[in-house]
Design a protein around this ligand. Sequence first.
Ligand SMILES: *[C@@H]1O[C@H](CO)[C@@H](O)[C@H](O)[C@H]1NC(C)=O
Ligand SMILES: *[C@@H]1O[C@H](CO)[C@@H](O)[C@H](O)[C@H]1NC(C)=O
Ligand SMILES: *[C@@H]1O[C@H](CO)[C@@H](O)[C@H](O)[C@H]1NC(C)=O
Ligand SMILES: *[C@@H]1O[C@H](CO)[C@@H](O)[C@H](O)[C@H]1NC(C)=O
Ligand SMILES: *[C@@H]1O[C@H](CO)[C@@H](O)[C@H](O)[C@H]1NC(C)=O
Ligand SMILES: *[C@@H]1O[C@H](CO)[C@@H](O)[C@H](O)[C@H]1NC(C)=O
Ligand SMILES: *[C@@H]1O[C@H](CO)[C@@H](O)[C@H](O)[C@H]1NC(C)=O
Ligand SMILES: *[C@@H]1O[C@H](CO)[C@@H](O)[C@H](O)[C@H]1NC(C)=O
Ligand SMILES: *[C@@H]1O[C@H](CO)[C@@H](O)[C@H](O)[C@H]1NC(C)=O
Ligand SMILES: *[C@@H]1O[C@H](CO)[C@@H](O)[C@H](O)[C@H]1NC(C)=O
Ligand SMILES: *[C@@H]1O[C@H](CO)[C@@H](O)[C@H](O)[C@H]1NC(C)=O
Ligand SMILES: [Cu+2]
Length: 597
Amino acid sequence: MAISLSFFPVLSALLLLLARAEAAIVTYDFNITWVRANPDGMFERPTIGINGQWPLPVMRATKGDQVIVNVDNQLGNQTTTLHFHGIFMNGSTNMDGPGQVSQCPIPPGSKFTYNFNASTYWYHSHDKGQYPDGLRAPFIVSDPDFPYDYDESFSLSVSDWYHDQMQVWIPKFINRANPTGAEPVPQAALFNDTQNLTVPIQPGKTYLFNAVNIGAFAGQYIWFEGHNITIVEVDGVFTDKAEAEMIYLGAAQRCSFLVTTKNDTSANYAFVSSMDTSLFDKIPDGLNWNVTGWLVYDDTKPLPDAALVDEFNDFDDATLVPFDQMPLLPEPDQVITLDVIMDNLGNGQPYAFFNNITYVAPKVPTLYTVMTTGEDAANPLVYGEFVHPFVLEKNSVVEIVVNNLDSGKHPFHLHGHNFQAISRSDEEAGVFDSTNSTQTNYPAIPMRRDTFVLRPDGYIVLRFQADNPGVWLFHCHIEWHMDQGLIATMIEAPLDVQKSLTIPQDHFDACAAGNVPQAGNAAANTVDFLDLTGANVAPGPLPDGFTPRGIVALTFSCVAALLGLAVISWYGMADMGKASMEAEKRRMAQMAREEAK
Ligand SMILES: *[C@@H]1O[C@H](CO)[C@@H](O)[C@H](O)[C@H]1NC(C)=O
Ligand SMILES: *[C@@H]1O[C@H](CO)[C@@H](O)[C@H](O)[C@H]1NC(C)=O
Ligand SMILES: *[C@@H]1O[C@H](CO)[C@@H](O)[C@H](O)[C@H]1NC(C)=O
Ligand SMILES: *[C@@H]1O[C@H](CO)[C@@H](O)[C@H](O)[C@H]1NC(C)=O
Ligand SMILES: *[C@@H]1O[C@H](CO)[C@@H](O)[C@H](O)[C@H]1NC(C)=O
Ligand SMILES: *[C@@H]1O[C@H](CO)[C@@H](O)[C@H](O)[C@H]1NC(C)=O
Ligand SMILES: *[C@@H]1O[C@H](CO)[C@@H](O)[C@H](O)[C@H]1NC(C)=O
Ligand SMILES: *[C@@H]1O[C@H](CO)[C@@H](O)[C@H](O)[C@H]1NC(C)=O
Ligand SMILES: *[C@@H]1O[C@H](CO)[C@@H](O)[C@H](O)[C@H]1NC(C)=O
Ligand SMILES: *[C@@H]1O[C@H](CO)[C@@H](O)[C@H](O)[C@H]1NC(C)=O
Ligand SMILES: *[C@@H]1O[C@H](CO)[C@@H](O)[C@H](O)[C@H]1NC(C)=O
Ligand SMILES: [Cu+2]
């Protein structure tokens, strides 16, 4: 797993003055260590800390600063990496962080330096599904050109929280005893890695909140009682002001907003984040999926309970307009269409797919394949089928269409870029039809961000210009779905990367220490780059004629109530022989008919 760091612009007149001076060098020394923490007050657990502390430090820099992060992996029993989420890593794709993509995972006992220039935001692990274990925090990048006035700013993280470690959860989740791929439901929601957060404020002022969802799974509805909020930035892109009563932040999304306080101090006000329970297969008894904080005008007055909200009326981020008014990019040179499905493979385990391909990490980090395969680096074959590579031409306009053939929401994230989010359908709209002029009626000034939520059984259309040579993942930011393989790899201008990039020695040292090959194609073949023999592959498909989705749907809609989990587990554990599956299918269909009577 890797750790992602997100950067939020924090601005003030003071910073403006400072920033006009020379770009600074900001250095962080991060020993990654196990600590113990109990942020929801219900359970103390081992959590991944930095320099013996958790919550993690909020990283801060000003746009253009050179940031150096010296990582020392002192976990003892896990590799790690850091991903600086939302930072474009323009000219430094090797500093982006995903393990086996742009670097080797950092083995326990090894050191590794990230060195990059801050564009705009959080940081988190991008290795071992690890960031939900605590290795994530906001990264605030101030921009001296921030266009709006405010008096004071706060960073504000929201997240879900699990009591068990990912090394415990992942094998239970991707398991044939969980054939439907039901994601583990978090135990709590957190604000700023705690609950009951109190925020002292003064009347008649304007506060800027840099909010980031650093959670693993749950999207969150966020609102402030008695106060509207004014959105001014999403994912590092300044927007025209937009007033909202409530926002929704999918996993990994950021939003900065202004809150203007009242002129009287007669009461304090709750603010709430509510996990999107539509993502949960079931709501466990006793779960509180909300977390409350308070704007405290007067600390001698009570902190009122949050009022219940009947309906979530969240602001539609697709209607935002970027402050720079950048127009719609021209017609694309390359269109990449990705169909999302969740399904089982022959081992009975649940996986996630783009176009029937589930991501499997290559033997050689993809960037190192770029660097060591000469002209063949422009041939997608060398990266291996299960990396799901797309080679992009320098400066071309690329359109990504994602069709959701699944009934869940997915927050899709592109590394290395903001994309224009030019279309998003409602739920149940079906697949995108590029010949339908209603669907291709794009806004003249589309909003840009780096993470965009795809609705159930609908589609999104994204555009960006390939002006950042490097290796960039495109993936769902729900950690469970990443672990299930919902990832494709954009290999942007690989021959340019070869010419311009130098990889520092400590990056190779991490490979050597972890016995990871550093050269050749995805199979580590350094002689014949087009020979992928021995490359990592996904498990084989289910036998012909077997349709687990049908059975799974039946199991849930009709049979679960009758037979309970025993049937689901039986299904998962059963031999995947065709005859027995067909028999089971008939049995289920029969039961469904009986149930319907
Ligand atoms: C926050 O307050 C609620 C209600 O009093 C309480 O149940 C919960 O344990 C508190 N959380 C923490 C982390 O103290
Ligand atoms: C990191 O760990 C090393 C070795 O234990 C220690 O010498 C150093 O002071 C630590 N650095 C920080 C910033 O805590
Ligand atoms: C790694 O170490 C932590 C802290 O001691 C421990 O809680 C965890 O179970 C260990 N993980 C594995 C996979 O052994
Ligand atoms: C970072 O900025 C410095 C100074 O502006 C520049 O010399 C350097 O090339 C930049 N690094 C990258 C990776 O772009
Ligand atoms: C959240 O925590 C960060 C780091 O401790 C702090 O700087 C920030 O002010 C906190 N935000 C709020 C709203 O209290
Ligand atoms: C918030 O905005 C809505 C409409 O956008 C408006 O009806 C409501 O009165 C506003 N509330 C406050 C507290 O300003
Ligand atoms: C507070 O008072 C100032 C000055 O009288 C006024 O401009 C402002 O609109 C008031 N703010 C609110 C939220 O009522
Ligand atoms: C969480 O908040 C929502 C919105 O107010 C409410 O409908 C729901 O009942 C709350 N859940 C719990 C467990 O309190
Ligand atoms: C995925 O597989 C199904 C069933 O074999 C097939 O109908 C479909 O066309 C495939 N989709 C893609 C994008 O290849
Ligand atoms: C075109 O798309 C719109 C919006 O999704 C839909 O309502 C309409 O039925 C489509 N038209 C055709 C001819 O498919
Ligand atoms: C990367 O930098 C080049 C110029 O050095 C610029 O043209 C391009 O727009 C940048 N790309 C991104 C994504 O920031
Ligand atoms: Cu997803």
